[in-house]
Design a protein around this ligand. Structure first.
Ligand SMILES: *[C@@H]1O[C@H](CO)[C@@H](O)[C@H](O)[C@H]1NC(C)=O
Ligand SMILES: *[C@@H]1O[C@H](CO)[C@@H](O)[C@H](O)[C@H]1NC(C)=O
Length: 424
């Protein structure tokens, strides 16, 4: 009885509050209003429902670009419910007005194929695309990823999210081009499925780096996006992760806190610990088992080119991580093992880590065995292969800025491995 009464009063509360303040925004119009003041406008343009492109060399270039952007819009805003860049990011509601997003064909940009400009007072972004990239979705859909991140508001002006904008934008570009998540939107606009943008030599070969490292030239912030692919595909079925990670990673950001995206993810994944999630992400990256068929196929073709030289032998089955390759904050080492039969290992370190023994069968079936107190064993059958994955997972998240890594974020995990039944 109590239960029914509670449910009833809860229902009444929801029904009454919904009547008092509608939570469902007005439906957007099919054609958004032009917004020529954003980015400067011009007299030569071409329109689609949600975009206006200025200064394309001819109509066919303009139409192809508009059609591709409408396809991306249909996937992310239409199917996945991301906030429309037609809305101002200065607006607290989603009622409109809705404006077309401007795209400018520009002759050149310093050191870039494209970038995203903003009108911070009106709260709209616009895309600048260098002429020769006007037909390259990997370039301008990436920028559209920035436009959608702006539209989602809460990461704007939060410096510690800064480098992650590139990670998100490349997730958007790769997902648009390759993912089943965008398959309907691609087919609706006759867009081909293309090659993945994944850069395995960087994301795996330099997996020791901070999980998102914005260091100029050496960082990984453009390559780190498979982490998001993993979170969205959620092959481990963690509650709170999966398709809702976007837009939750923006909408559940603690406003004006300048916290990092990992802090939001920690709350989304709770009660699963974020350290567990990151540990399993890297374990799955040993064989790119993150629900991305094209990335996994590319891994099988190119794995021999990846740098796995992470450990030095100390003799007698003992190894120590090379100091230059010690996993930084939430970074990892993936260590392919030679051997079969029973393999056991003990990993020791002076600070917290997650370690996993990963076994892949010749058919691609996977087994993940998390080490307990640093110890674990697996049996590797004929035709199977195994790897050890060690991840630097401090107990508490750092408030770190990937563009300016603190010594804490850059502190490597110094660990040793004892192996029985296998070598490296
Ligand atoms: C439009 O411009 C592109 C890029 O310069 C060119 O390849 C294409 O042939 C042009 N199309 C028409 C119809 O002029
Ligand atoms: C996650 O759920 C899917 C669908 O129910 C299932 O096929 C898969 O085995 C689950 N994965 C794990 C790791 O439990």
């Amino acid at each position: 009885m109590l239960r029914i009464e509670l449910l009833l009063s809860l229902w009444l509360a929801i029904a009454c509050s919904a009547a008092a303040t509608p939570v469902v925004a007005a439906a957007p119009p099919p054609d958004f209003t032009p917004n020529p003041s954003i980015g400067g406008g011009g007299s030569k343009y071409k329109d689609s429902s949600h975009f206006r492109v200025y200064n394309a060399v001819n109509d066919s270039v303009a139409n192809v670009l508009l059609n591709t952007l409408e396809s991306a819009y249909s996937c992310f805003v239409g199917s996945q419910g991301w906030r429309s860049p037609g809305l101002s990011f200065k607006s607290e509601n989603d009622d409109g007005p809705f404006y077309k997003t401007n795209v400018y064909d520009v002759a050149s940009l310093p050191g870039a194929a494209a970038n995203t400009g903003t009108d911070m007072s009106k709260g709209f972004s616009f895309l600048n695309v260098v002429t020769q990239y006007m037909s390259t979705p990997a370039v301008f859909v990436h920028e559209f990823g920035h436009a959608m991140t702006y539209a989602e508001r809460y990461w704007v002006d939060q410096g510690r999210t800064g480098a992650w904008w590139e990670t998100v934008a490349n997730y958007v570009a790769d997902t648009f081009i390759t993912s089943p998540l965008c398959a309907d939107a691609r087919s609706k606009y006759n867009q081909p499925t293309g090659d993945t943008l994944i850069e395995l030599k960087k994301v795996i070969g330099d997996s020791f780096q901070v999980i998102v490292d914005g260091t100029k030239d050496s960082g990984n912030y453009y390559q780190a996006w498979p982490f998001f692919t993993y979170l969205i595909n959620n092959p481990d079925n963690y509650t709170g992760l999966g398709r809702t990670v976007f837009p939750d990673v923006w909408r559940k950001y603690k406003r004006n806190s300048n916290e990092t995206p990992l802090h939001v993810l920690e709350r989304l994944a709770s009660p699963t610990k974020i350290q567990t999630v990151v540990g399993r992400y890297w374990a799955r990256m040993a064989y790119v088992d993150i629900g991305h068929t094209k990335a996994q196929a590319l891994f099988q073709q190119t794995k021999k080119t990846i740098n796995y030289a992470n450990l030095d032998s100390l003799g007698s089955g003992k190894y120590r991580v090379k100091s230059a390759r010690q996993p930084r904050y939430m970074g990892a080492n993936i260590v392919p093992l030679k051997g079969s039969g029973e393999i056991s290992t003990v990993v020791t370190a002076g600070s917290p880590f997650k370690a996993t023994l990963v076994v892949r069968s010749s058919s691609g079936a996977m087994r993940y065995t998390e080490l307990v107190n640093g110890a674990g064993k697996v049996t590797v059958g004929s035709g199977e292969e195994a790897s050890l994955v060690v991840v630097n997972t401090p107990d508490a998240l750092l408030l770190f800025d990937p563009f300016s890594l603190s010594s804490e974020a850059n502190k490597g995990l110094d660990y040793q491995v004892a192996l029985t039944g296998a070598s490296i």
